[in-house]
Ligand binder design. Structure first.
Ligand code: GLV
Length: 391
């Protein structure tokens, strides 16, 4: 990992080490990938305000997110199939997050189960729920998350139907991987990956296998989601989940101010401004362009988190300056996992943390609560709830 200096280095290494079907699964957006590109382009277009001769010797990145102390304003985002980037990928990522003092979020569509991660880490983590047609499964899944001591629930609300990712279809992406000639040749050139998967705890979706029909062999993730995910999911289900989940509830996948207001009315503790990393509604606005409107629509009782295109500490600074309380990191750590297992995830977190620290220094900022629109060029006059940021 010595010559790895940025997230793009981890991405390039992951591309060489992870079979194409799984690298592409993580790397892709939906359809023409317009929103995927907009997430990055709009972040890069925000210029930071350089300030000099401010004493920045006592900087701290520590803050709180939904009442939890964190060493930096970051959360590892829920990512489906993490355990196909590297054997036991969810456990290794959760351990790296614990070591760094930031939360880890386990996806419903993970390879290691919620029990596997709880047993291997012994520390509370966040759980992400997809509501499928069988509400009994969701209820049971929440009970399992409570038993595993998960200390926040992230309910994903932007995937009732799946946005098509062309590369998944072209690659014939399946779980477990399909035995076909192209895959065999690909895997033969990735022996470290194959070894880690063979030695991993599980080869299919750990939370679902044995509990949901057809889960042992998913030949087409999109087709499976099409039959199991519920297009009828509505705000009523959010009320239901709120009534049965005892902890903090965070709604992930909100881009619109009106939706944000409804989430607040229903008592969400947090929302994640997100377009699912450009993987769902292609043509939707970039997450960063949607953030200020959502922040303005939400009072100070609901925390606004952000995801979508974070590849550097400067990006985290940009999102915080526009009112985010913290950022969910998705692809950036998944590339790290594919590149080097737990050490790769740790490297991704370390890169982002150090970059944020330097960005704070060069914008004359000492603490997370001091980050606001004034760190942006032309930002001082912007009205965002960053002004209302509490301690
Ligand atoms: C699932 O969350 C996906 O984006 O593939």
């Amino acid at each position: 990992m010595k010559n790895i200096t940025c997230i793009e280095d981890l991405r390039q290494l992951a591309r060489r080490k992870v079979p194409r079907a799984f690298f592409d699964y993580a790397d892709s957006g939906s359809y023409n990938e317009e929103t995927l590109r907009a997430n990055r382009a709009d972040l890069e277009a925000i210029t930071l305000r350089q300030r000099v001769l401010v004493d920045v010797s006592e900087r701290s990145l520590a803050t709180t997110i939904v009442g939890q102390k964190v060493s930096a304003p970051m959360i590892l985002a829920p990512v489906g199939l993490t355990g196909m980037q590297h054997g036991d990928g969810e456990i290794l990522s959760a351990q790296a997050a614990n070591d760094a003092g930031i939360p880890y979020t386990l996806s419903t569509m993970s390879i290691c189960s919620v029990e596997d991660v709880a047993e291997a880490t012994g520390r509370p983590f966040w759980f992400q729920l997809y509501v499928i047609r069988d509400r009994g499964f969701s209820k049971d899944m929440l009970a399992r998350a409570v038993a595993a001591k998960c200390n926040a629930l992230v309910l994903t609300v932007d995937l009732q139907v799946i946005g098509q990712r062309h590369r998944d279809i072209k690659n014939g992406m399946t779980v477990p991987p399909q035995i076909r000639l192209a895959n065999i040749i690909d895997v033969a050139t990735k022996p470290a990956w194959a070894w880690s998967i063979l030695n991993g705890k599980r080869k299919t979706f750990g939370n679902l296998a044995g509990r949901v029909k057809g889960m042992e062999n998913v030949n087409s993730l999109a087709a499976w989601i099409g039959t199991q995910f519920d297009p009828a999911l509505s705000w009523k289900d959010v009320e239901w989940i709120k009534s049965i989940w005892p902890g903090k509830l965070i709604l992930k996948g909100i881009l619109d101010a009106d939706d944000a207001k409804t989430a607040v009315k229903l008592g969400a503790d947090g929302i994640v401004v997100s377009n699912h990393g450009g993987r769902q509604l292609d043509g939707a606005p970039s997450s960063i362009s949607a953030l200020p409107k959502v922040v303005d629509a939400v009072g100070s009782d609901t925390e606004v988190l952000f995801d979508g295109g974070i590849r550097s500490g400067a990006d985290i600074m940009r999102a915080l300056a526009l009112g985010a309380r913290g950022c969910m990191i998705g692809r950036a750590y998944v590339y790290g996992l594919g590149a080097g297992g737990k050490a790769g995830v740790a490297k991704a977190i370390d890169i982002l943390t150090k970059e944020l620290s330097v960005t704070m220094a060069l914008t004359g900022t000492n603490s997370i609560k001091d980050i606001g629109p004034q760190v942006l060029v032309n930002g001082a006059g912007k009205k965002t709830s960053a002004r209302k940021r509490k301690g």
